[in-house]
Write a protein that binds this ligand. Structure first.
Ligand code: ADP
Length: 957
């Protein structure tokens, strides 16, 4: 049985032959056997064979130890090896079946259609969630089905399976009984029929495929999702196979891929990926292959060929993938045409920027916050003479301290903010205009500095400024106008002269400044003539206030360096003053001519006027010796009259020239106008009687006592001249003299019924030496000085003189002078209060170096006065005055040794009460003042008239 030889001893003890795994069990049973002789176990175990392997045996052990014959243990052996192996195999296959059912979650069933009962495996029970009590019939199966699948199931089973005898193969849903969960199952089954073809039963499996269905759904969902992503991706995605033998071939691609290349979705699959790319160098191809092989992907840029032939710039990411177990390439291409274009334009603009940066005539650098120079343009480098990139910016400047203080970075310049300043005397003494702009440079705050060399510009500016200041400071009005004559610049003088503001003048047409009275043609001509070269002349212009004034204007054209006219310049001068001066000059010239003419006439006249009395004086003087008695007296009268005539003439000439050359001092005496007129009346009454004309004095009632303050001498002189003229130019009728006293003025008038003055001569008669035509025709004597003297005197008194006259009817001269009233006259009392010495008691000293003058005094006074002494000079006079107390001294001012002034001074020192009368031949005001200062009391003109002399002696003695 075991292949052993008969002699078991050769094989060792039985326990050594028992399988080691079974031995303990066998030995345990043996133990029990030894203890209990009745015990007879049957054991199955493995026992070794002679070949060295084991065989399953079944042994029954019997304790025969008590049997002396045997005294041992009887073991019988039954070979159960075959059975044991079959059993194991069955058990194993059952186990595997069960386990595989469990693992696949698949149960089995058998449905007996005859009995309407089905059996189920353990796993099926789990799948269905049923227990042993569940009704396992057809209805029981339908009850498990999902309500939505129920109809379909029952129909399928009856029609397809039972009806057509097809195997059951259906996925359907059940509701698991144990927990009510919906599960997917795959039911498979096969019908078995009897010999007659009747359906007996159906056996099959039911597998829970819920997980698979869910996985499938999830997969579908995923796949859809990925497809959507695939399609929705803006990049063009393509998958193509690479086979070593043939051309690569598209197997899938999204719509973008087709669209990018201009093909339809169908067309693209007929084109090889090689055909859509421009020829690629072998080197590039090798690179791509190497990258794909080494890294599994490669990125590159290339150009694809559009269906139209146009090239498209793309960026491609290619990756090796496994597609359906084949090696494929996933290609994601992105159209970068725009980016390329942008890059290209960026490149171009960079190039442009660079060339601009280097070309612009400014030095440019970029400086960081710490003052490090990060960039420098060629221009600046040239200016500095070295590359200072990496250096500090202040190393650029000569005066680092000042520049650093001004540095805008230190004062927190902001990005985009620009500041300027001018730095003088840097980089070799030049002037730079520097602009600083805050900017970002390589991610940090920096400053762009632009250096503009403005040294030359500054020089020009200085010149321009000088020019501008010159224009502004000159007195002439300067205007610059455009070619249409509209103002674009005016200087200060212009603004000042015209009264417009600068702003008002800007853009104004020059015609707006011209006088509206100017002839249009005249003004119109200025512009074209100026454009031709220049214009100059005098025109009337108008100020803002409308006032007109003459200007002397000179205009010319301003041309640029190419000789193109750019503007017009006008330089004008206000010639109002100039014109006035010119007019005055002309008037003065005319006056000079007139006075020359008058002077000639005067001289002619004078020679006549002088010669006539001189002839008389000389003629009759020479005859004096030859005549006696009455004839001699008559001759003397003629000589006296002629002398008076001559004297009047000389007096008038001297008076007029004095009045015209000096400012005549006006004295303020108390005057009684009534007395004045009365006295004048007395003076002229004899002459009027002689000419047989009436002299009427008109003194207002009650005015005889009225007095005024004015210059008596001058008024008297005026009235004397007017009255003597009236008498002279009146042959019949009357002469009337009167006055009217008003509040602030007095009006004297001298009226006559004489020959009158024609209107055209009424102005001229006041000119010096002018004599009316009639006066000349009628040979009435005169010098033409009377009215001139009157006019000067009226002027000195601040008065006016009016003339009303009609030829043949008479004239009326009205003198109006301002006066102050003093009330009742005191003059009379004053005169009356002075006690007079009788002439015979008066002692007089005549101080005069001229013997003839003394002689004249002697003839006049010797017999009338008590004593008449003569001093030949001032010193003698002083000595004599010291010895004798004179009542009156007549002092000549011009004397040798000691003049009249000093002599008077000395005499007055000792004898302040002695009146000293200065003898003057119409002294100047200066002379008079000097005399008064020296102490003289009054003046007496030379040659002396007897009447006046006596009046004076009376007055002061
Ligand atoms: P004269 O009398 O010496 O000629 P005047 O200057 O006094 O010079 O006068 C100027 C002129 O005015 C005189 O020549 C005369 O023609 C005229 N005239 C002056 N007064 C009168 C008058 N009362 N009546 C007419 N003519 C007068």
């Amino acid at each position: 049985m075991f292949g052993f030889a008969e002699d078991l001893d050769d094989y060792g003890a039985p326990n050594e032959l028992t399988h080691p795994e079974d031995l303990p069990r066998v030995l345990e049973e043996l133990g029990k056997l030894f203890l209990d002789p009745v015990y007879s176990p049957t054991l199955q175990y493995r026992f070794a064979t002679a070949e060295g392997d084991y065989k399953w045996i079944e042994s029954t052990f019997s304790n025969m130890l008590s049997n002396p014959d045997i005294n041992g243990i009887i073991i019988n052996f039954r070979d159960i090896n075959e059975r044991k192996i079959a059993e194991d195999l069955l058990r194993e296959s059952e186990y595997f079946f069960k386990e595989s059912q469990r693992a696949a979650f698949m149960g089995s069933y058998r449905f007996d259609l005859q009995t309407n009962h089905w059996t189920s495996s353990e796993v099926l029970e789990q799948i269905f969630g049923i227990d042993r009590e569940y009704d396992r019939n057809f209805q029981g199966w339908l009850d498990l089905a999902h309500p939505e699948d129920l109809e379909m199931m029952s129909k399928y089973f009856t029609e397809e399976v039972v009806g057509k005898g097809l195997p059951f193969n259906k996925e359907y849903r059940i509701i698991r009984k144990s927990d009510g969960e919906v599960r997917w199952v795959l039911g498979l089954g096969k019908l078995s029929t009897d010999a007659n073809g009747n359906i007996q039963s159906m056996t099959g499996t039911i597998q829970d495929i819920t997980d698979r269905i869910q996985a499938r759904e999830a997969l579908n969902e995923n796949e859809n999702k990925y497809r959507e992503l695939f399609e929705a991706n803006t990049d063009s995605i393509a998958i193509f196979l690479i086979s070593p033998e043939g051309q690569p071939q598209f197997i899938d691609c999204n719509e973008n891929n087709a669209r990018l290349l201009g093909y339809s979705n169908e067309e693209i699959y007929h084109i090889s990926p090689d055909q859509i790319e421009i020829r690629v160098s072998e080197e590039e191809q090798m690179f791509r292959i190497k990258e794909l092989r080494d890294k599994g992907f490669v990125d590159f840029e290339t150009k694809l060929i559009h269906k139209s032939g146009r090239l498209i710039d793309v960026e491609i990411k290619a990756k090796v993938i496994k597609f359906k177990n084949q090696l494929a390439v996933l290609n994601i291409s992105r159209d970068i045409t725009n980016r390329k274009q942008q890059e290209e334009s960026l490149k171009q603009s960079n190039e442009l920027n660079n060339s601009l940066l280097q070309a612009i005539p400014f030095g440019i650098d970029i400086v960081d916050e710490s003052g490090n120079i990060l960039f420098m343009s060629d221009n600046l480098r040239k200016n500095i003479g070295k590359d200072t990139v990496g250096h500090k910016c202040w190393e650029l400047y000569c005066d680092d301290r000042e520049q650093c203080e001004k540095c805008p970075l230190k004062r927190g310049i902001k990005i985009g903010e620009t500041r300027f300043y001018e730095a003088e005397g840097i980089l070799g003494g030049k002037t730079f205009h520097i602009s600083h702009t805050g900017m970002m440079f390589h991610g940090q705050l920096a400053m762009l500095e632009i250096f503009q060399d403005i040294t030359d510009k500054k020089e020009v500016e200085k010149k321009v400024k000088l020019l501008a200041y010159s224009l502004e400071s000159i007195g002439e009005c300067v205007s610059i106008t455009d070619n249409d004559d509209k103002i674009i610049y005016v200087n200060k003088s212009f603004v000042h002269t015209y009264g417009y503001s600068y702003e008002e003048l800007m853009g104004m047409h020059t015609s707006g400044l011209r006088s509206p009275d100017l002839a249009f043609e005249h003004v119109r001509d200025i512009l074209p003539i100026t454009i031709e070269g220049g214009w100059c002349g005098e025109i009337m212009n108008r100020k803002k206030d409308g006032s007109l004034f003459p200007i002397s204007l000179s205009t010319s054209i301003i041309k640029d360096e190419y000789d193109n006219p750019i503007a017009l310049i006008g330089v004008a001068r206000d010639i109002t003053e100039h014109r006035r001066a010119r007019a005055e000059l002309i008037a003065a010239k005319e006056m000079a001519e007139e006075s020359n003419r008058l002077k000639t006439a005067f001289l002619n006249n004078m020679s006549h006027e002088i010669r006539t009395p001189m002839n008389h004086i000389m003629g009759f003087s020479s005859l004096m010796a030859e005549v006696q008695g009455a004839e001699k007296d008559e001759f003397a009268q003629i000589i006296l009259k002629s002398s008076n005539q001559l004297l009047t003439l000389i007096e008038n000439v001297i008076l007029l020239s004095r009045l015209q050359s000096e400012i005549s001092a006006v004295s303020r005496n108390e005057i009684n106008p009534g007395n004045l007129i009365t006295n004048l009346g007395k003076l002229f009454s004899s002459e009027c009687t002689r000419k047989n004309i009436g002299l009427n004095l008109r003194i207002p009632q009650g005015h005889l006592e009225q007095s005024i303050l004015s210059d008596q001498e001058k008024i008297k002189q005026i009235l004397t001249n007017l009255i003597s003229n009236s008498i002279k130019y009146t042959t019949t009728g009357f002469v009337e003299v009167g006055y009217e006293l008003h509040q602030k003025e007095i009006k004297f008038y001298v009226k006559d019924s004489g020959m009158g003055i024609p209107l055209h001569e009424q102005q001229k008669v006041f000119d010096s030496f002018y004599r009316s035509e009639q006066a000349l025709t009628m040979a009435i004597g005169g010098t033409g000085l009377g009215l001139s003297i009157v006019r000067e005197l009226v002027h000195a008194l601040d008065g006016t003189l009016e003339l009303e006259s009609e030829p043949g009817k008479g004239s009326c001269f009205t003198l109006t002078i301002p006066v102050e009233h003093t009330g009742t006259s005191r003059v009379k009392e004053a005169v009356l209060s002075k006690p007079h010495l009788p002439l015979q008691e008066v002692t007089i000293l005549i101080a005069d170096d001229e013997q003839i003058n003394f002689l004249y005094f002697e003839i006049l006074l010797k017999k009338s006065v008590k004593k008449l002494d003569h001093a030949g000079n001032g010193e003698i006079a002083v000595a004599m005055a010291a010895k004798t107390k004179y009542d009156l001294i007549f002092m000549d001012l011009k004397m040798p040794v000691l003049d009249g002034y000093d002599a008077t001074r000395r005499i007055k020192q000792r004898h302040p009460g002695t009146p000293v009368i200065a003898q003057t031949a119409y002294a100047t005001t200066e002379e008079r003042e000097k005399a008064l200062l020296a102490g003289c009391d009054d003046f007496i003109p030379k040659p002396m008239k007897k009447n006046l002399l006596l009046e004076m002696i009376q007055k002061y003695s």
